[in-house]
Design a protein around this ligand. Structure first.
Ligand code: UTP
Length: 295
């Protein structure tokens, strides 16, 4: 794939569902097992060949910026102790890619956050990856989306089937099949519809490959649901008129995804990812089996 593509990670939301943990820390910095959620997302970008990442930050910028910076004091202490394993944990985040930060200012919605990346991105196709939405490293998604975007000259959104009772939490797509099993044409998009109004059970999840035309559309998109400028509304405008920037396609993701912005899903994600690990999984599984009968 084209390694020149840049990624944008919006991480300036208020994270109100996670208060008070997110009072002084962005939700993207919450640890999932032993890494902040956003580090998984940066690692995903890097494994898709991306080495230029812009993080859109809010009022708690420092925690994010510090995490991806070097900590010479800590590195020095661990080096002196000869603790190379821990040292590699400290240096890993800062060595991943070129990471840039820009402030959103007012948190006026995901669409507004994406608009803040305009100068950095320029006139190129780029990826948007939500910093609280984790895709399992064993189920690659982004590289497939970039491939579809390039071969079909399209805007590409990741879609996942959800239970109809959950669709009100997501943007929802009205779709038509294409000649590829995992690719659909998006005819229309609705932000957080009720189960009755939803055109399908295909939810937008937090990965997008966008063309630069999205910026002009976002500039003109009025605040929608919740008084926020919604990325879904801008995508709906593109889907409505192919003349603007070509088709809007969905890549249907059937792999493992972890939503860390919601408390219950966060707990499940942490457990699942810990269970998968050799160093923690066996003991954790034994403990879960132990307590399960008492629940
Ligand atoms: P969410 O709606 O999940 O984030 O936004 P939120 O508003 O922080 O969450 P709650 O509902 O209050 O708990 C999806 C993504 O868009 C980013 C968030 O950081 C998250 O990655 N976002 C949202 C911004 O960067 N800026 C915004 O103004 C809104």
């Amino acid at each position: 794939m084209d390694a020149r593509i840049k990624a944008v990670i919006p991480a300036a939301g208020l994270g109100t569902r996670f208060l008070p943990a997110t009072k002084a820390m962005p939700k993207e910095m919450l640890p999932v097992v032993d890494k902040p959620a956003i580090q998984y997302v940066v690692e995903e970008a890097v494994s898709a060949g991306i080495d230029d990442i812009l993080v859109i930050v809010g009022r708690n910028k420092n925690a994010l910026a510090n995490h991806f910076d070097r900590v010479l004091e800590l590195e020095h202490t661990l080096e002196q102790k000869g603790d190379h394993k821990k040292l590699s944990h400290v240096t890993a985040a800062s060595a991943l890619a070129d990471i840039f930060f820009v402030r959103q200012g007012d948190p006026k919605g995901l669409g507004h956050a994406v608009l803040r990346s305009r100068k950095h991105v320029g006139d190129e196709t780029f990826a948007v990856m939500l910093g609280d939405d984790l895709i399992d490293a064993r189920d690659p998604l982004l590289s497939r989306m970039v491939e579809v975007s390039q071969t079909r000259s399209a805007t590409v959104v990741a879609l996942m089937e959800v239970d109809p009772s959950q669709i009100h939490l997501y943007g929802c797509a009205d779709v038509e099949a294409t000649d590829e099993d995992d690719v659909v044409t998006i005819k229309a998009l609705v932000e957080k519809p009720s189960a009755d109004d939803a055109p399908s059970n295909l939810a937008i999840i937090g990965r997008y490959v966008l063309k630069p035309e999205i910026f002009d559309i976002l500039e003109q998109t009025p605040p929608g649901k919740g008084g926020e400028i919604q990325l879904t509304d801008a995508l709906a405008t593109l889907a409505d008129d192919e003349q603007i920037a070509g088709p809007v396609l969905g890549v249907i993701f059937r792999g493992r995804r972890y939503d860390t912005g919601d408390r219950l899903d966060y707990l499940k994600s942490s457990l699942q990812l810990a269970l998968d690990r050799d160093d923690l999984g066996p003991e954790l599984a034994a403990w879960i089996r132990d307590i399960a009968p008492t629940l």
